[in-house]
Write a protein that binds this ligand. Structure first.
Ligand code: SF4
Length: 237
């Protein structure tokens, strides 16, 4: 593929569609895929991929703890765009051992145990999938969180040893919802109930209007801890 610097220059100030066009062309079919967590940004990318780049696979992780609304969205999205998600699931033994040792809601007990849960249910299945790819596409935006302020449209993912494509890196939240409304893209109904960011049911709650979009995720932790490890070097905890 082209050198990273020239690729980054080529996608500067380009639309999400052009970022995908210019980057995906460098990878063999089947070696680039989109990781959807069913968030609003992910629904935008799903729409673009299914409309313009239907050969790019879309996978999602079923942690076993998703809210019912997320499972409903999964079915609605498959129906609307005529495809099936590649659904990744955690290793049942790894999750079972954590529950045996620490109890069913062990992830509330400490940051280390919360990260161990995220590792077993999300990071580990993701790593197995990423080992089959040369590049992955994500819905990360710079404005989503303090930890995401430096996200670029295309960048090296040194932690996972591949290329990461973030076509919505420079989008605002307003851009995301404008696109969803303009194209009638299906979205999680929990967004209408005050949930700006949605993960596993026990670790997500509604927030007051105008609050930080990630403040309803792991609300008992400080902002700098609020990553599950999917987008940084995994912390086995
Ligand atoms: S978000 Fe919560 S339930 Fe889901 S994997 Fe992480 S700690 Fe476990």
């Amino acid at each position: 593929m082209a050198n990273m610097e020239s690729l980054q220059k080529a996608v500067e100030n380009k639309s999400a569609e052009d970022v995908l066009r210019l980057t995906c062309a460098h990878f063999t079919a089947g070696r680039v895929a989109f990781a959807s967590s069913l968030g609003a940004e992910d629904q935008v990318i799903t729409h673009i991929l299914r409309t313009l780049f239907p050969d790019v696979g879309i996978f999602t992780i079923d942690t076993g703890c998703l809210p019912q609304a997320s499972y409903s969205l999964m079915r609605a999205t498959e129906k609307r765009y005529g495809f099936r998600y590649d659904v990744l699931v955690p290793d049942a033994v790894a999750v079972g051992e954590l529950i045996d040792q620490h109890g069913p809601e062990f992830f509330y007990k400490s940051i280390e145990l919360r990260k161990a849960c995220c590792y077993a249910r999300k990071v580990s299945p993701l790593q197995k999938k990423l080992a089959t790819l040369d590049a992955w596409i994500t819905g990360l935006r710079q404005g989503q969180a303090a930890t995401r302020a430096h996200v670029l449209p295309v960048e090296r993912d040194d932690g996972n040893g591949l290329i990461k494509i973030n076509p919505l890196a420079a989008w605002s939240l307003e851009d995301v919802w404008g696109f969803i409304r303009a194209h009638e893209v299906p979205y999680n109904t929990l967004h209408d109930a005050g949930y700006p960011s949605i993960g596993c049911a026990p670790c997500t709650r509604a927030v007051e209007p105008g609050a930080d979009v990630r403040s309803g995720r792991w609300w008992w932790e400080a902002p700098e801890h609020k990553e599950c490890g999917l987008h940084n070097r995994p912390n086995k905890g």
